[in-house]
Structures are given as C-alpha cells and as structure tokens.
Design a protein around this ligand. Sequence first.
Ligand code: DOR
Ligand code: ZN
Length: 373
Amino acid sequence: ARSSRRLGAGRKPCALLRAFLRAERMDRIELLRPADWHLHVRQGEAMRAVVPASAAVFAQALVMPNLKPPVTTTAAALAYREEILAAARAAGGRAASFVPWMTLYLTEATAPQEIDRAVDSGAVLAAKLYPAGATTNSDAGVRRIERIYPVLERMQQRGLVLCVHGEVVDPEVDIFDREAVFVEGVLAPLVARFPGLKVVLEHVTTAEGVAFVREAPETVAATLTAHHLRYERNAMLAGGIRPHFYCLPILKRERHRRALVEAATSGSPKFFLGTDSAPHPRGAKESACGCAGCYTAPLALPLYAEVFEAAGALDRLEGFASRFGACFYGVPESTERIALVRRPWTVPAAVPLGEGEEVVPLRAGETMGWVVE
Ligand code: DOR
Ligand code: ZN
C-alpha cells in the first residue's frame, strides 16, 4: 500500500518501450481537426470572448447547458446555438466553420416530449444529468433519479445520449470518493436498467470510473479532460493552494491519473476528448470560496499532446481527439487536417472574459511545448 502512494510507482514497461521505439522525436504531427465533446462557453459577452479559442482549433464541440437559467428546452438550446454560431463566424478564419452541438439540461420536470423535440431538431445530441448541487449551476438538476425514468426511457427509444456528471452529492461522502460512489451506486444500476441508452460518463477522474466504462457494454463511453490527464491533486494543494486547478470532479491522486492516461492512450474508442474548459472570472476563482472550473480551451490540444507524448502514444492522439467521439455520437468527423508543431509558447497570464472581467487559463504564464499551427 505504501509504495502505491509514491508518485511514479507502477509504471508500465510497455509504455516505456513504446516511448523508446519512438525515440526519433516527432516535431510535427498532423491529425483530423479534433472535436471537444464537453465544453462550457457561458453566455453573453463571456461566450463571445471564449468561443473563438475553441472554434479556432476544434471542428465541433458539445456545449454544456448549465447556464443561468439552465438550457432546459430545445427552443432555448437552438437560440443559444445561433448565438454561438454568430460568435464563431465573427471570429473568422477556421473558427467560422465551427459546429456547436447542443445539450439539454435535465430536470425532474423535463417532459418526454422535450426529448422528441431535441432529437427532431437535429442539433441537440444529448441531455445532461446533473445531480442537484453537484457543481456549478446544478441546483435545478435531479434529486431523485427515479423521477426522470420516463425521460430516460424516451431517450433510450430515440437514441439521445445521456451525459452524466458522475458524482454523488451526499455530504457524508468525502469529495475525493464522490465519483467512485456514484459509479457503483447510481451509474451501474442505471446502465443495467436502460441497456439501450447511450451514456457518457463525463470527465472521468478515477480508476474505478475507467474500469466501469471499460467493462460496460458498447453503449457506455467516457470523456477525459486534459487537466485530469496531466495533473494530480498535488498540483492544486502541495506548497500552496492553487485555485485555478480546482474543478469538479476534483483532481485525484496519482494512481488515478495513471489509470486515466492508460485509458486515453489505450486506443479504445470508448474514451475520447472532452476538455470541460470552464471559464470563471478571476475574482470568482481567487476567492475564499472559489468556483470549480479550469479554463483550458486555448491550450487544450497542446496539453493533450504533452500527455500522449509522455506516454509514448502520440500516434493514438488522433483517434482520441478526432474520431472516437464523433463515432459514438453518430456525427461525421472532420475531414480537415490540422498540425501540431513542437514550438514553445507562453500561455497568457489572463485573457479577457467580457464586461471588464478576465479569466486565468490553466498553466498561465508557463510554457507549452506544442502549438496548433
Ligand atoms: O469544474 C467544473 N466546472 N465542473 C463542472 O462540473 C462544471 C464546470 C462549470 O460549469 O464551471
Ligand atoms: Zn463540465
């Protein structure tokens, strides 16, 4: 038990061998333009400020619905989509062809007919389950899962994907255990009850979550963020408390991070890219009670590349970043290509977030080794 607590314990020899075999360093990799299957772009000025960073790199993204008020109807999702499209077009260049896919925010009052409208719209790909109180703007979420069974039934019939924030909210459960407890106590029974429902365990952060998804039927997949792949909880807590690393689910210990990297680089199509890039104004993060969310959009793809390179698996980045998610959601992958080039650049200390606010990106002021050309 003690050795497993040591950082770096349990490194797989095959990963080292793969890294060695690729020792002639690649300095440029091309891949199909990637997709971000979990993105927060907020609304109003903040939305217009952050959409260009994602749209410049990603061909498409699944946009989360936890606005104020939450996006609970297809009509609201389509109106929100138009605003995002306008912001992307205004940015020009590659951003102008960005495709935002929408999600509905599930409440205990969501009607099954709303699921029909979502599917018929052709622009809503999923509905999101937030356990009430689990995270930012989740108060209108679900308290008792049985209350949404009729809606889940309709989603199963119509093929609308269920995206899950996989954490229990029970105050008795330690925050570092909330995902594992959810997976065993809520997600496993849900998947068993709705065997035809497509489910994505969003931003999986634990070995338990990864194991569940790997062993579950084909209907179950997971997104992985760049920050959970790259950092463990020491980054947030050792030598000082760093609020820009605080997100939910919270960063876990190194053993879990290794399990995530193994899943992301395994080549399994069940694991794909979802940044969970979640901007908050600086003051809301650097606070006595800071908000959860890491803003990673401007550095996300280089950060994933850093992780895949360290694992000796750059050749598997394209499947993870550009293909598997589109395949799961049943939409076309991009046909354009982009290049990642090995060239150092410095992440800005802060970027504007509209209304006089700014957001501090993850790795602010630090160097990235890869850049999107
Ligand atoms: O860290 C997070 N930030 N986790 C979430 O689940 C929500 C997100 C946000 O919207 O800020
Ligand atoms: Zn999120």
